[in-house]
Design a protein around this ligand. Structure first.
Ligand SMILES: [Cu+2]
Length: 276
C-alpha cells in the first residue's frame, strides 16, 4: 500500500514536469497564426503524498522550436488511490531564458502517470492546454500532447511536447521597439547635423530634427550607408525653429540619415544610423 501511494505521487510529479515542458514548447513555436512545434525538457520533480493526494512540484530546462533555451515549472495534484495509473491535473508556466516569451498552461483531467511493476519508472501521457502567454507567445492557445518518463529513484524526468499553438493577431510577435532620436541641423549655419552617428533598436525609428539655421533643411533615411542608397522615408523641409520628422520601421543594419535639400548632403549634412 505504501509503495503504491509513492508510485502515484511520483506519477503526479512526472505529470507536472510534463506539463511544464509543454509550455516551453509552445513558447518556442510562438509566432503569428498557427504554429507547429515540438520541444523536450528534463529536470527534477518532487512529490509529497498525504491523504491519498500527491502534491507535485517540477522544474526543468530544455529547448523548443521557437522559444529556444527555456525553463519550465509546474505544480499539480495526483489521486494516489488509482493504480497503476495515477490521474493528475496541474498548472505550469514556461519562460524563455532571454525573456522573450512566457507560456501558461493547465493539465486537464485525462492525463496520467503509470508506474512499472516495482514502481520505479513511470510513463507519463496527457495533454497541456495552453491558456495564454506573453511576448512572442502573447495570446497563445492550443492543446499539446505530452509524453515522458519519470524516474522515481533519481527524482528526474524527461518529457516531450508536440502539437500546435495559435497566437493572437499582432500579439503573436514581440512588440517591436520604438526609438525616438532628436538632433538639430544647421548649427552655426553649417551644413551639418548635431550628430554624425545615431543608434536605435530594430523596430520603429523616429528622427526628429530641429532646424537651427537660416537655411531650409529636412532629415531623411537611406536604405544603406552611401549618398546613393535609396531613400526609405523623408521628413518635410522646414525653416529655422521648426522640426522635420522622419519615421521608418528598420531591421538590424546600417543606414544613412541625411538632408535631401540639393547640395546639403554632399556638403556634409548626413550621418550613420546603426540599428541593433
Ligand atoms: Cu539641409
Amino acid at each position: 500500500m505504501r509503495r503504491r501511494v509513492w508510485m502515484a505521487a511520483t506519477a503526479a510529479a512526472l505529470c507536472a514536469v510534463a506539463v511544464a515542458s509543454g509550455i516551453a514548447t509552445g513558447a518556442t513555436s510562438g509566432g503569428l497564426g498557427v504554429v507547429s512545434f515540438s520541444a523536450t525538457y528534463s529536470g527534477k520533480a518532487t512529490v509529497k503524498v498525504a491523504d491519498d493526494v500527491a502534491d507535485i512540484s517540477a522544474q526543468g530546462t530544455g529547448t523548443g522550436t521557437v522559444i529556444g533555451a527555456s525553463a519550465i515549472s509546474g505544480k499539480g495534484k495526483g489521486d494516489t488511490t488509482k493504480q497503476p495509473c495515477v490521474p493528475f491535473t496541474g498548472t505550469g508556466e514556461m519562460s524563455a531564458n532571454n525573456g522573450s516569451a512566457t507560456l501558461q498552461f493547465t493539465v486537464p483531467a485525462g492525463s496520467s502517470a503509470c508506474g512499472d511493476e516495482p514502481g520505479k519508472i513511470f510513463s507519463v501521457s496527457g495533454r497541456a492546454n495552453v491558456t495564454g502567454g506573453t511576448g512572442a507567445l502573447a495570446g497563445a492557445t492550443g492543446s499539446l500532447k505530452m509524453t515522458g518518463v519519470y524516474d522515481r529513484g533519481a527524482g528526474t524526468f524527461q518529457i516531450k511536447f508536440s502539437g500546435q499553438l495559435t497566437t493572437s493577431g499582432g500579439g503573436g510577435t514581440v512588440a517591436p521597439a520604438k526609438t525616438v532620436l532628436r538632433i538639430s541641423g544647421g548649427l552655426k549655419n553649417q551644413l551639418r547635423f548635431s550628430k554624425k552617428a545615431l543608434t536605435a533598436k530594430a523596430g520603429l525609428v523616429t528622427i526628429i530634427m530641429k532646424n537651427v539655421s537660416g537655411a531650409p533643411h529636412n532629415v531623411a533615411i537611406r536604405n544603406g550607408t552611401t549618398a546613393k542608397s535609396k531613400l526609405i522615408a523623408k521628413g518635410k523641409v522646414v525653416k529655422k525653429g521648426k522640426t522635420s520628422v522622419v519615421k521608418a520601421t528598420l531591421k538590424k543594419g546600417k543606414y544613412r540619415f541625411a538632408c535631401t535639400v540639393p547640395g546639403h548632403e554632399a556638403a556634409g549634412m548626413w550621418g550613420i544610423l546603426t540599428v541593433k
